[in-house]
Design a protein around this ligand. Structure first.
Ligand code: PLP
Length: 440
């Protein structure tokens, strides 16, 4: 209550403008995840590691556009490239050399990327990757992981955040449709498996021989806190996919170019057949891509559809090439990973000092605090052990101290950009040192 009162006091202009926005825009936001109670703050501008709202509050930003901003806001090199491109045309629906330049940057990072196609979002990337996988395997069913998020098209809007009474058996999760308007028939084309349970996946595959046309995973489940794969789980899936001849898709929209230059495929040394990406490859410009083994991707030349007016626009590809070639260098990874390590150790020290239950889940520059002693190994653990109201209290208390620790949802994690410096990490930790005793 006090936290909400403090928030309202600091953000009267946001409250007024939000009241106007809901008159014209459902829930007053452009993506429903962004709405929260009592109302989201209205952002006026962003620069480097900071966001500024319309009431003049400054937030040290570890949300970074739901993880899309590894280069930080308005990175000078990206902005210069975009400015230059503005004078040379922003959209060509004819081929241009930047397509190859950007594709080659992706091929350098992912061994599996024999061929690359560009899209405008993560949703479009997973939609097309699933389509080319199904076309290649000649089978209709998609196998996805309980709790994982792959965007907002109908085939993946299932079993992201199912309520407890809809979960089904732990080894055979029910297919739970997450949105009105998704045809019921979709349920028959999707099977759902638990994360980190290879036996269960094997059982599902063996019961659906010659039916499963693709397996899609978030190689770290970044939409269930930050739930890492057990040792050998991703490789085990690789072997099952080989045995049952199922194309294996890594959805690296959140992990790609972040947990390692070549994403989770590099970090865990496991090779999928297809990889999807978006977010941080574009330095805050709207872009996605999917890439994979030549024999699968060549299907696009033989009747598998991938079209789009804005695909591969020169404007966003200038951003992609600048980000991947010039900004996210080896030094940049050392920088953000060092900062990530300091943030994690700082959180751990503070929690131990005040006797606050919990631990930090992290990989390199991304992480999240879990206010529970239990390790989270899958969606059901998360639903059982993570107290979202408690977590929300932490989030608002941090916001009150000028730190946006991650997107507004306990299922999300912090990101660190190349424009964050050690002082920003210390500011984040100073805020947490004030908040932790209030939570203990
Ligand atoms: N896949 C994953 C793993 C994501 O986290 C997201 C978005 O958060 C998407 C796909 C969808 O990407 P977009 O929001 O660009 O459509």
């Amino acid at each position: 209550e006090d936290t909400e009162a403090a928030y309202r006091e600091r953000t009267p202009t946001s409250e007024r403008i939000y009241g106007e926005l809901v008159e014209d825009i459902p829930a007053g936001v452009a993506s429903t995840y962004r709405a929260f109670e009592p109302y989201p703050m209205i952002i006026e501008r962003a620069e480097g590691p900071y966001l500024y709202d319309v009431d003049g509050n400054r937030y040290l930003d570890f949300d970074l556009n739901n993880g899309a901003g590894m280069v930080g806001h308005s990175h000078p090199a990206v902005t210069d490239a975009i400015r230059d491109q503005l004078d040379h045309g922003t959209l060509f629906t004819h081929p241009h050399e930047l397509l190859g330049e950007a594709a080659r940057e992706i091929k350098k990072r992912w061994d599996v990327a024999d061929l690359v196609r560009f899209t405008n979002s993560g949703t479009e990337s997973t939609m097309h990757a699933i389509r080319v996988a199904r076309a290649y395997s000649g089978r209709d069913k998609l196998l996805k992981i309980e709790g994982a998020y792959h965007g907002v098209h109908d085939y993946v809007l299932l079993s992201k955040a199912a309520p407890e009474h809809k979960l089904g058996h732990p080894k055979r999760p029910a297919t739970y449709v997450e949105s009105h308007g998704v045809p019921e028939a979709i349920e028959d084309t999707v099977e759902v498996a638990p994360w980190n349970d290879l036996e269960a996946v094997e059982e599902i595959m063996s019961e659906n021989v010659n039916e499963i046309g693709a397996l899609i995973v978030e190689p770290i489940v970044m939409n269930v806190g930050m739930t890492q794969p057990h040792a050998e789980f991703l490789q085990g899936l690789r072997e099952l996919c080989d045995e049952y001849q199922v194309p294996y898709i890594f959805d690296e929209v959140k992990t790609g170019v972040k947990v390692a230059p070549g994403g989770a495929a590099e970090y865990y040394d496991v090779e999928p057949d297809l990889v999807t990406m978006a977010k941080s490859i574009g330095g805050n410009y709207p872009v996605g891509a999917f890439a994979g083994r030549e024999e699968i991707m060549r299907g696009i030349e033989h009747g598998t559809a991938h079209y789009g007016t804005y695909n591969g626009s020169p404007l966003v590809l200038r951003a992609v090439t600048t980000v991947l070639r010039d900004v996210l260098t080896d030094d940049a990874y050392d920088h953000v990973n060092d900062l990530g390590e300091r943030l994690v150790s700082g959180y751990e020290e503070i929690m131990a000092d005040v006797g606050l239950n919990g631990h930090v889940e992290y990989v390199n520059s991304q992480g999240t605090v879990v206010f529970a002693n239990e390790r989270i190994t899958n969606y059901r653990d998360f639903a059982r052990h993570v107290d979202v109201d408690f977590h929300e209290n932490y989030w608002f208390e941090m916001l009150d101290r000028g730190v946006l620790p991650h997107p507004h949802d306990a299922s999300q994690q912090w990101s660190i950009s190349v424009q964050h410096e050690r002082e920003h990490i210390e500011d984040h930790l100073d805020a947490f040192a004030e908040v932790a005793p209030l939570l203990a």
